[in-house]
Design a protein around this ligand. Structure first.
Ligand SMILES: [Zn+2]
Length: 425
């Protein structure tokens, strides 16, 4: 890997140079003289940390706009699950590449994924240069055992070490308390502990999930997962909307991370995350995720930050809740920290993950407070360049191979549209 030098870039309000050596930031200073293999002119641009998306189902980009504005069970039973059931590994590869193109364009360099055909997802990640946590997916059948389709994919990956890039890790991803049996959840807790892997699970997403869990197990999803040994500092709870005060105390004590997904929660009318109680008062570790494109309908962490801030203010009836700096930190450094990634901060010695944003974009003018501009004003047109692990993934808004990725995704989506025309719903 060659040296990369970014000249005359604004960092925390000062103009400096940033020297990247391999996949690390080597030096930040003005007037760096070290010869570099490649130089980027950072004039008129600011370097900021990129985004780490802690909950998504990347290939669901294929279902963007496929079925909207309907009740959850009709949406799942008549549209989403039948379509997903007919997707092939090649389709998932095309959908993941579309997702990665969108992530790069919107400044995201890492995603925590839970989906089918993981080897095809990994192939896309390796090629496009981002980071990822890929879930070994667990869904139980009526007999309480893991579905054969899951076991087959998981078996292919279980001994895989994440590959040579160092950008990919495997997690255990049991889907949720209502779709995975107690026996499987206990086994996942033991395996994750032994292997030191992260557990990624949907938890307390809807009121119905909480009610049914209390009926079936006598406790809330969070208390139930805690009893099974699932909760710890290497656990990521997606959504966590319906939390009791006791649930919040358990999450804090165990050091588990919440992946807050405000756009999906609002779109599916799942409910209002208790930001003030869980984060500002409760001190729970807090990150942001977009969820999949069927319920968002995009993967923009810029939008997710704005919704998170507005959701916090609305929930607490106070404009002082969900402050820009706290929300930005959740989307960047805390997301990286949750997955043991030494990035999310632009500093010497850290991983070379960063964005260059265009300070001449009208959405970033005036520049009283860049963090406030990024949380409340920016859209993807502000993002000029994306660097992940020392490699340039986008420069001057250009991502290599974009036209081919779009064409392939359109081809797969035309097939999905035909599934629906041919079905009885
Ligand atoms: Zn989800």
């Amino acid at each position: 890997m060659k040296n990369l030098l970014i000249r005359n870039v604004t960092l925390d309000g000062d103009v400096c140079d940033i020297l990247i050596n391999g996949n690390r930031i080597e030096r930040i200073a003005s007037g760096i003289q070290t010869p570099a293999g490649y130089v980027i002119d950072g004039t008129g641009k600011a370097a900021v940390p990129p985004f780490y998306n802690t909950h998504t189902h990347a290939a669901m980009t294929l279902l963007r706009g496929y079925a909207d504005d309907m009740e959850l069970f009709r949406w799942l039973n008549d549209y989403i699950w039948p379509a997903e059931g007919r997707l092939t590994g090649e389709d998932i590869y095309a959908g993941t590449r579309l997702a990665l193109l969108e992530m790069i364009r919107t400044g995201t360099v890492f995603f925590n994924d839970m989906y089918w055909y993981q080897p095809d997802v990994i192939r896309a990640v390796e090629e496009m240069g981002v980071r990822a946590a890929i879930g070994l997916l667990y869904i139980s059948g009526n007999d309480g055992e893991v579905l054969e389709r899951n076991s087959r994919c998981n078996a292919e990956l279980i001994d895989w070490n994440g590959g040579d890039s160092g950008r990919i890790q495997l997690t255990h991803a049991p889907h949720a308390v209502y779709s995975v049996s107690e026996k499987v959840l206990r086994q996942v807790a033991r395996d994750a502990e032994r292997e030191g892997r992260i557990i990624h699970i949907h938890a307390a997403e809807t009121a119905r999930e909480v009610e049914e869990c209390i009926q079936a197990h006598g406790r809330s999803p969070v208390a139930y997962l805690d009893e099974l040994g699932i909760l710890g500092p290497r656990t990521v709870l997606a959504h966590a909307v319906h939390l009791s005060d006791e649930d919040i105390a358990i999450i804090r004590e165990r050091g588990a991370y919440i992946s807050h997904c405000p756009c999906s929660n609002f779109k599916l009318a799942s409910g209002q995350f208790r930001y003030r109680k869980a984060v500002e008062e409760g001190g729970c570790r807090f990150t942001l995720g977009t969820d999949g494109c069927a319920s968002n309908n995009n993967l923009s962490m810029l939008e997710e930050m704005k919704f998170a801030a507005l959701s916090a203010k609305n929930e607490s009836a106070s404009p002082t809740a969900g402050r820009d700096g706290d929300i930005f930190r959740a989307a960047t450094r805390t997301g990286a920290e949750a997955f043991g990634i030494d990035g999310g901060v632009i500093a010497e010695g850290r991983l070379a993950d960063l964005l260059l944003v265009d300070l001449n974009n009208p959405l970033l003018v005036p520049d009283y407070n860049l963090t406030a501009n990024l949380v409340y004003s920016a859209d993807s047109s502000c993002i000029d360049t994306v660097i992940c692990d020392g490699r340039i993934l986008m420069e001057n808004h250009h991502v290599p191979g974009e036209a081919e990725i779009l064409e392939e995704a359109r081809r797969v989506c035309a097939k999905i549209a035909r599934f629906h025309e041919g079905s009885s719903v």
